[in-house]
Design a protein around this ligand. Structure first.
Ligand code: 2AM
Length: 179
């Protein structure tokens, strides 16, 4: 019998305060671009999308993530953007912090150590706010949203009646361990 697989990705998940502000921003964006707004509880920034991973690989995956020791950092969400090819309207950072790049590089290197790889090697930090948007005009400049990042997560994507539902499987702190 084929081994069960889980659809997995690694991501940053905003806290409640940031979710409220991002959801508000999604409303501002929707007034311009229409489309379907992401449910607040699904707002996130993907670091690496893995797709279907055999269940038996998950302990190894968690072990190498636990070995990453990235610094804590803060994201400034201060940009709206639109991809006409997939009709995604997203929020992001004009100047992503160096520590975000370091975290992504560390996560990708850790994945290699257990012979897992993201479906795409490139990484563009974004939070999808709207799907099926149509934008023909300039997007407004948002009020910056400060998002202190203290952890990153392993998340499973499952389909349910309401679309994709995301389930946290594990998380690791960005702060270095004391000592
Ligand atoms: P998106 O929001 O830009 O569509 C869970 O589905 C997360 O993984 C989303 O952030 C989604 O990005 C991303 N994702 C889904 N399928 C992907 C793929 N094939 N390659 C890269 N990222 C993907």
């Amino acid at each position: 019998m084929a081994e069960p697989v889980r659809r997995l990705f690694l991501a940053l998940w905003p806290g409640q305060a940031e979710v409220c502000r991002l959801d508000h921003l999604a409303g501002v964006a929707q007034a311009v671009g229409g489309g379907r707004r992401m449910r607040p509880e699904t707002l996130h920034m993907t670091l690496a999308f893995l797709g279907d991973v055999p269940e038996s690989r998950i302990p190894d995956l968690c072990a190498v993530m636990a070995d990453c020791r990235p610094e804590p950092f803060q994201l400034e969400i201060d940009q709206l953007g639109y991809w006409p090819a997939n009709h995604i309207l997203w929020a992001g950072c004009r100047q992503p912090p160096v520590q975000l790049g370091d975290l992504v590089a560390g996560v990708h290197a850790a994945l290699q150590r257990v012979e897992l790889r993201p479906t795409r090697p490139d990484f563009f930090p974004h939070i999808t706010l709207l799907r099926n948007a149509q934008v023909a005009q300039a997007l407004p400049e948002p009020e910056p949203i400060a998002w202190p990042v203290g952890e990153w997560l392993l998340v499973e994507s499952r389909r349910d009646a309401g679309g994709a539902a995301y389930h946290r499987l594990a998380g690791w702190p960005t702060a270095p361990l004391p000592g």
